[in-house]
Design a protein around this ligand. Structure first.
Ligand code: ATP
Ligand code: MG
Length: 413
């Protein structure tokens, strides 16, 4: 192909949507599970060893897997369960696996009906009592004479607001089965989750425990390099970007999902600009973009009063002060409520809302000592001013207030 044909080829391909960067875009998605998971050999081996007996039709120990977000818990579990099911098929073992994400599925009822459908029992969407469905599940299970390995991913979602009736029943199910057996594998990234469990459930569930440690920068780099090979075309240069994405994600909390997100968004920026090299600048812009999207998403889900509290802290941030007392925030909040025609909440409730904003990272609160005047809480924005501003702008009711100048601000300047 001569130079001019090459130019045309490229122009046409652009129209046809052929990417200069990606050969397999899917490979950078969260739910993509590669054939090889670098730096998780030990965890894969342990999980395989614990689940192994089920291949012979023997009951295996229940397992609790936990570790911070993005440490590969879901990927490793799915990987091992897939191989386990394949092996069971190969040797005709009466083993079944069922994988349920409790947060995505939602209610206890839905989790249970997902378990039912994994052993081909159909239950109506609603209308039956939980106990009734559980009885059907049990009797169908027993008549099938199988070993069922149940993986409950994000298991904390199952118990957080609903208690642990289903878990309690599941951990005791083997006492009522004569022909079949059930092993449970629970996964959670909430380290406080164990404290929320009934001690009897906990002791049965955690016969074995596997803890997933955060990845360090080198490990993340290996993970990204492997995914980049699948995702990017051969002539794409991404080494510098991969190093930076790994370093950023390692400095936060060793989260592979975060590293992959950064790389994906950086690659998309490069693609849009028609580049074949993903640069550090693309990564930094990706970081900003992701932060912006996260704040916008979080803000969307906030109740109105929390938004007004955030807006108050935002408006106060225009002053020179470093950190604001709850009383100051409350005064601005009341002024805004009046301006917007909303009934204000009490200062106590507003103080609670500030704490909630702190937990989700939109603001930072810390208690400071005022010497002999005691102690007080000071709050600042937890995200760059410009990011909050853009996010507030995307909210219809807040938009008009972003440029408002609180009268109270004058009195404390
Ligand atoms: N060792 C690894 N090799 C390759 N990819 C990995 C590895 N660990 C994690 N990943 C990838 O990182 C992303 C996040 O991993 P995963 O979903 O397993 O995290 P998790 O521990 O389940 O997190 P959460 O607690 O938030 O559910 C996925 O896209 C996964 O494919
Ligand atoms: Mg997960």
């Amino acid at each position: 192909m001569n130079k001019q044909s090459e130019i045309l080829e490229e122009v046409f391909n652009n129209f046809l949507g052929e990417s200069r960067i990606f050969k397999n875009r899917e490979a950078l998605r969260h739910d993509y599970i590669p054939d090889y998971l670098p730096h998780r050999e030990e965890e894969i081996r342990m999980l395989g060893q614990i689940l192994g007996p089920s291949l012979r039709g023997t009951l295996c120990s229940n397992i609790l897997i936990y570790g911070k977000t993005g440490t590969g818990k879901t990927a490793v579990t799915k990987f091992v369960l897939k191989r386990l099911a394949e092996k069971a098929d190969e040797i005709n073992s009466p083993l079944r696996v069922s994988f349920v994400n409790c947060r995505l599925v939602g209610t206890e009822y839905r989790v249970l009906s997902a378990l039912c459908s994994s052993i081909d029992v159909r239950v109506p969407f609603t209308g039956l009592a939980l106990g009734e469905v559980f009885d059907r599940f049990k009797s169908a299970l027993d008549s099938q004479k199988i070993v069922l390995v149940v993986a409950l991913d994000e298991i904390d979602a199952l118990i957080k607001d609903r208690g642990d009736i289903l878990l309690y029943e599941l951990t005791r199910i083997n006492e009522n089965l004569s022909q079949s057996k059930v092993s449970i594998l629970g996964i959670s990234n909430d380290l406080r989750f164990k404290d929320m469990l009934d001690p009897r459930v906990l002791s049965t569930l955690s016969e074995e425990e596997i803890i997933f440690k955060p990845y360090n920068a080198e490990e993340l780099q290996d993970i990204l390099e492997q995914r980049a090979k699948i995702a990017f075309k051969e002539d794409v240069s991404a080494d510098v970007a991969i190093k930076l994405c790994s370093a950023i994600a390692a400095a936060e909390h060793g989260d592979a999902r975060r590293a992959l997100d950064l790389l994906r968004v950086a690659a998309e920026l490069a693609e849009r600009e028609g580049e074949r090299t993903i640069t550090e600048d693309h990564v930094y812009r990706a970081q900003k973009r992701i932060e912006h999207d996260r704040v916008v998403e979080t803000l969307k889900s906030l109740p109105m009063h929390s938004k007004i509290v955030l807006l108050s802290i935002f408006l106060l941030s225009k002053s020179k002060a470093k950190g604001f007392m709850t009383g100051d925030i409350y005064n601005v909040y009341c002024e805004l409520c009046k301006e917007m025609g909303v009934n204000p909440l009490t200062q106590r409730r507003v103080s609670g809302l500030i704490n909630e904003l702190d937990v989700i990272g939109l603001v930072n609160s810390r208690v400071v000592s005022l010497g002999r005047y005691g102690r007080s809480k000071k709050t600042t924005l937890g995200v760059p001013y410009s990011v909050i501003k853009e996010a507030l702008f995307e909210d219809e009711r807040m938009r008009n207030m972003v440029t408002y100048i609180p009268r109270y601000l004058n009195s404390i300047r």
